[in-house]
Design a protein. Structure first.
Length: 258
């Protein structure tokens, strides 16, 4: 499996405190329908729990269905969850954010004003003798064989500069039209078993490389297993499952509340 298209970043940390919360693929959207309202309300409850815990938040991509930083613009419908992230930061809680395929373009307001740590691809760090690997996974698992090239283009500085020339409302409209997670369709499509299997194999490879915990998002299917004390987990999503990971003094758990 070709992994040359991503880099692994070291943790940037001023404060790293248990419990660790791991989120991926929440796809909080600017669309103000009933499903989005319920998804947002459930997310605000979880962020309040994190605030009370005084722990640490890791976002493994696609927290927003689309986010594009320009002139500190925050869409009105996203403001409650952005305000909740600010409350975490004001309380000294660190947020570590890995770029996803829907929200890679967060550098600006969220990183500079809120102080969120951003990582373009994968992240690894050591905790209490454990080596932990985190990534989103869109560069590992994808349907379109042209996706690596597309991914490279849409992350390129020149492409970002072109998008910044457009009116911000148009940019958001285009971004969310491309997404298939917030369209008005009866059943949001699920990721194929083939792609889920590829993600599992990639995470298993990371354990074989010497990591003790390997985590990903992207495929929207929560999964947890252990191998001789090592942990492999796909975090799932906030659409079908309301799932997330939490690591405390007792170990790692994958929680599904829907």
């Amino acid at each position: 499996m070709d992994t040359s298209s991503y880099t692994v970043s070291d943790l940037q940390s001023e404060r790293l405190v248990l419990p660790f919360y791991f989120l991926s693929d929440t796809h909080i959207s600017t669309r103000a329908d009933a499903d989005q309202k319920e998804r947002m309300e459930d997310m605000l409850v979880l962020l309040e729990e994190i605030l009370k815990s005084k722990g640490t938040l890791f976002i493994l991509g696609d927290f927003f269905d689309f986010w594009f930083d320009k002139a500190k613009h925050v869409p009105l419908t996203l403001k409650p969850v952005v305000d909740a992230l600010r409350l975490l930061r004001d309380a000294g809680i660190e947020i570590h954010y890995l770029g996803g395929n829907h929200d890679y373009w967060i550098e600006g307001y969220l990183t500079q004003d809120l102080g969120i740590h951003f990582y373009p691809d994968a992240l690894h760090f050591d905790w209490n003798g454990k080596r932990i690997f985190c990534h989103h996974g869109d560069n590992i698992v994808y349907n379109n064989p042209q996706y690596p090239l597309i991914r490279k283009i849409i992350r390129a500085p020149w492409a970002i500069s072109i998008l910044k020339c457009l009116p911000i409302n148009l940019t958001y409209d285009l971004g969310e039209r491309v997404s298939h997670y917030n369209q008005n369709i009866p059943e949001i499509p699920r990721v194929s078993e083939l792609l889920i299997g590829k993600m599992h194999d990639f995470l298993q490879d990371k354990l074989n490389e010497g990591y003790d915990i390997a985590l990903s998002g992207h495929v929207h299917a929560p999964h947890f297993e252990t191998h001789e004390g090592k942990i492999l987990a796909v975090l799932g999503d906030w659409i079908h499952h309301r799932s997330y990971g939490i690591m405390d003094e007792t170990g790692f758990k994958l929680i599904e509340i829907k």
